[in-house]
Write a protein that binds this ligand. Structure first.
Ligand SMILES: *Cc1c(COP(=O)(O)O)cnc(C)c1O
Length: 411
C-alpha cells in the first residue's frame, strides 16, 4: 500500500500493517508471544539497548504486535508516535510516573472518569498539587494556572455527565504558556475528533472502550501529536534527549513509565484491539445514531427529568460539540423523575445489560452514584453534577427500533 496517498480513516487502518510488510504475507500482524529477542551478533544487541539501532529487546518495553497497534493508533490520531499500556489507567498513570515531580501543579477538568479523579487525589498526596476546575470555560483553567503548572488535563466529552471541555480555547492558552495539554479522547475516539486539531500535545485513549470495541480486551495508549515542544519541559532527563526534541516525551515515558512500572499491553490483547479497530468508524456511525434516537425519545417523555447528551439542542455545549466533533458519541446519561426507582427501571430493561464498561457493541447501563461514583461520596458527586438517580447508557450497535422499544417499555 502506498504511503503517499491520502486514504480515508478506515482504509488507512485496514491496510496499515501492510505498509511495513507483514511476515509471510499475513493480513493480520501475527501475535508474537516471545518475551525476548535474540541477536546473532552481540554488538547488535548492545546497539539496540543503546538506542543506536531499532529493534526489540524485552517484551515489557515493546514487541512487534504491540508496535503494529501503536503505529495504527498514531495514524488514527495523526500523531508522531504512540505507546500502548495494559489499560487506559496505565496510560494516564504514566503521566504521573514519568512527567511529574513533587512541587509540580496540574490543572484538571473536574468532570472526569472516576478512576482518573481518584488518581489525581493520590498524586495530590505525593506532593503534586491538583486543581479541579470547570473546564467548559477556559477562564476557569486560566485562573488556576501557576508558574508550577506542568499539565492541563481534560476529557473531550466527560463521562458520565457529557460536559464538553472548551477544547480549542484551552489549547490556545496552553500553547501561549508552553504548558503540556493532555486530552483524554476515549469518549470521542479519533474517528469523531482529533485532539491534535486543538493543540493537544498528548492524547489518551482507553483502547478497552470503542477502539477495541467488543469488551474482550483491556488496553490504553498515549499518542504524541507533535504539537508540544518538549524542549520547554523541565523534567526530561539527559538520557532521553539524544534524539530530536520531538522524541523526548515518548522516550522518557517508555523508560520511566512503561519499563519501570511495567503496565505493558499483552500481545493477545493487542491483537483483539487491532481487529476491533478495523470497524471503529462503522460502529461509531451506528452507536452515535442509536444514542441520538434514544436521547431524543427520553427527552420527550414526561417521566424523564433530564437527559445529558451533546447531540441534543438543550445541551449547554451543543454548539461546541457540533463545531468540533463528527458526531456526538455513544454515551448519554439521564435522570428519572422523583418516585421512579432507577434500580426498578434498570431491572425492567431486557436488552440493555447492567454492567460497568462502555464503548462495547452491546448497550450497557449503570446507576452511576451507586456504583462507579459511589466511593467519592455525595459531596464530590454533587460538585460534578451527578444526580443520585443518574443512569449512564453506553449505546451499542443493536437495531435502533429494538433499543427504543426496550427503553420506552421499561418506563
Ligand atoms: C475507561 C476510561 C478510562 C480508563 O480506561 P481503562 O482501560 O478502563 O483503564 C480512562 N478515561 C476514560 C474517559 C474512560 O472512559
Amino acid at each position: 500500500m502506498s504511503d503517499k496517498k491520502n486514504y480515508g480513516f478506515t482504509t488507512t487502518i485496514l491496510h496499515n500493517d501492510r505498509r511495513k510488510g507483514i511476515e509471510h504475507g499475513s493480513l493480520h500482524k501475527p501475535v508474537h508471544t516471545s518475551v525476548t529477542f535474540g541477536y546473532d551478533d552481540a554488538r547488535q544487541l548492545a546497539a539496540v539497548f543503546q538506542g543506536k539501532e531499532p529493534g526489540f529487546r524485552y517484551g515489557r518495553q515493546g514487541n512487534p504486535t504491540i508496535s503494529a497497534l501503536e503505529d495504527k493508533i498514531t495514524r488514527m490520531e495523526d500523531g508522531v508516535g504512540t505507546l500502548c499500556f495494559a489499560t487506559g489507567m496505565g496510560a494516564i498513570g504514566a503521566l504521573f510516573q514519568a512527567l511529574l515531580r513533587a512541587g509540580d501543579h496540574v490543572v484538571s477538568s473536574s468532570f472526569l472518569f472516576g478512576n482518573t479523579n481518584s488518581l489525581w487525589q493520590t498524586t495530590a498526596g505525593q506532593g503534586i498539587a491538583v486543581d479541579f476546575v470547570d473546564a467548559t470555560d477556559v477562564a476557569n483553567v486560566e485562573a488556576a494556572l501557576t508558574p508550577a503548572t506542568r499539565i492541563v488535563f481534560v476529557e473531550t466529552i466527560a463521562n458520565p455527565r457529557t460536559q464538553v471541555a472548551d477544547l480549542a480555547r484551552i489549547g490556545k492558552l496552553c500553547a501561549q504558556r508552553g504548558i503540556l495539554y493532555v486530552v483524554d479522547n476515549t469518549m470521542t475516539t479519533p474517528y469523531l475528533f482529533r485532539p491534535k486539531s486543538v493543540g493537544a500535545g498528548l492524547v489518551v485513549n482507553s483502547l478497552t472502550k470503542s477502539i477495541g470495541g467488543h469488551g474482550n480486551a483491556l488496553g490504553g495508549s498515549l499518542t504524541d501529536t507533535g504539537a508540544y515542544d518538549w524542549s520547554n519541559y523541565p523534567h526530561i532527563a539527559a538520557n532521553y534527549k539524544r534524539a530530536a526534541p520531538a522524541q523526548w516525551g515518548l522516550a522518557q515515558l517508555r523508560a520511566k513509565a512503561l519499563r519501570d512500572f511495567g503496565a505493558s499491553l499483552g500481545p493477545e490483547a493487542a491483537h483483539h484491539i487491532a481487529v476491533g479497530a478495523e470497524t471503529l468508524a462503522l460502529r461509531m456511525e451506528r452507536t452515535c445514531a442509536n444514542a441520538l434516537a434514544l436521547a431524543r425519545m427520553l427527552e420527550a417523555d414526561e417521566r424523564v427529568a433530564a437527559v445529558h447528551y451533546p447531540g441534543l439542542a438543550s445541551h449547554p455545549q451543543h454548539a461546541i460539540a457540533t463545531e468540533l466533533f463528527k458526531s456526538y458519541g455513544s454515551l448519554f446519561s439521564f435522570e428519572l423523575k422523583d418516585g421512579i426507582d432507577c434500580f426498578d427501571y434498570l431491572n425492567r430493561l431486557t436488552i440493555a445489560v447492567s454492567a460497568s464498561n462502555l464503548g462495547d457493541t452491546r448497550t450497557l447501563v449503570i446507576p452511576v452514584s451507586h456504583t462507579i461514583f459511589f466511593e467519592m461520596g455525595a459531596e464530590r458527586r454533587a460538585s460534578m453534577g451527578i444526580a443520585e438517580s443518574l443512569i449512564r447508557v453506553s449505546v451499542g450497535i443493536e437495531d435502533t427500533a429494538d433499543l427504543l422499544a426496550d427503553f420506552r417499555g421499561a418506563l
